[in-house]
Write a protein that binds this ligand. Structure first.
Ligand code: CUA
Length: 325
């Protein structure tokens, strides 16, 4: 079975290419720390290389030890005070950045999102907008005309996960029984990738996240499309009957149908997502068919069981799923 690899966005998941407010601060702090340690490295390595070359063995050298120094207040003060000052500088700067990041001011416009970590996918809810989706977070850009911060509430349904989109914000743990918060304020539209950053079981590596940052009008259109219930497509009626007659509906929700399960991703607008299985494959009819037939082929250990459907039922079901736009 050939499965198209997921198309990751043009952006590299690097903290050195930030596009969002807390990520700018993290990059700046990283550069400061790098500058200090690079300076220390150059001094230490420079003195070492100088000593190796200057004092290397030469023919005819006097082989006796040079005069030994025992105790020097000046040297001891220097190697105590200088590192202490460096630690103080790093400590104070880091503290300042942590406070700035942990206590963000609300902008006039804000978007509230709740992200729930599950083995091995992300549920994404917009409580104020009545939207539920999965694995692909959509947020508006923040510009001078309309500064908009997106506040993200993080919860876990099972084990410890970690939410990390390096270009947008620092890593935040997602812990069962504890609610953590993070926020982003992206300045550049585009698609940014991230992933679960805490080992959480066999498919930890395939617990990817994609964040699409939209210009405001595009974001509003996305919201309106997601708020709609699933459209009725008469031709896909048989596929819909397959869907509602098998176990799909005990785990998945399709708003506007009897399917209201909560253990798996909401499928109301499945086809609006670029990937399936938390980024394991591109979302195409072929990969969907392979996934429904047996998710373990694409993602070993996935919690969704193989559905044991006939080829005809699979075709009908996939035809129905592809109407969920
Ligand atoms: Cu979830 Cu690693």
């Amino acid at each position: 079975m050939n499965v198209t690899a997921p198309t990751v966005g043009p952006a590299t998941p690097s903290i050195f290419a930030p596009v969002s407010t807390p990520a700018f601060a993290i990059r700046d702090l990283s550069f400061l720390v790098l500058a200090i340690v690079t300076f220390i490295f150059i001094v230490v390595a420079g003195v070492t290389v100088y000593a190796i070359i200057r004092y290397r063995h030469r023919p005819g050298d006097d082989r006796r030890d040079p005069p030994q120094v025992y105790g020097s207040t000046q040297i001891e003060l220097a190697w105590t005070v200088v590192p202490f000052l460096i630690v103080i500088i790093l400590f104070l700067t880091t503290t300042r950045y942590i406070f700035a990041i942990e206590r963000p001011a609300a902008t006039r416009d804000t978007v509230e999102v709740t992200v729930v970590g599950n083995q091995w996918w992300w549920e994404i809810r917009y409580p104020r907008l009545g939207i539920v989706t999965a694995n692909e977070l959509h947020v508006p850009v923040s510009d001078a005309a309309r500064p908009t911060r997106t506040f993200i509430t993080l919860q876990s349904a099972d084990v410890i996960h970690s939410f990390w989109i390096p270009q947008l914000a620092g890593k935040t743990d997602v812990i069962p029984g504890k609610t953590n918060r993070t926020w982003v304020e992206p300045r550049t539209p585009g698609t940014y990738v991230g992933q679960c950053a805490e080992f959480c079981g066999v498919q930890h590596a395939w617990m990817l996240l994609r964040v699409t940052v939209h210009p405001r009008d595009e974001f509003d259109r996305w919201v309106a499309a997601q708020q709609a219930v699933a459209a009725e497509v008469p031709e896909s009626r048989t596929g819909r009957d397959v869907f509602t007659s098998v176990a799909c509906i005990s785990c998945h929700t399709v708003r506007g149908t009897p399917a209201n399960g909560v253990f798996g991703p909401d499928l109301t607008h499945l086809m609006s997502r670029a990937t399936i299985g938390a980024g394991v494959a591109s979302n195409t009819p072929e990969t969907l068919r392979a996934w429904v037939k047996d998710p373990a082929v694409l993602k070993p250990g996935a919690r969704m069981p193989a559905m044991n459907l006939s080829g005809k039922q699979l075709d009908e079901l996939v035809a129905y799923l592809t109407t969920l736009r």
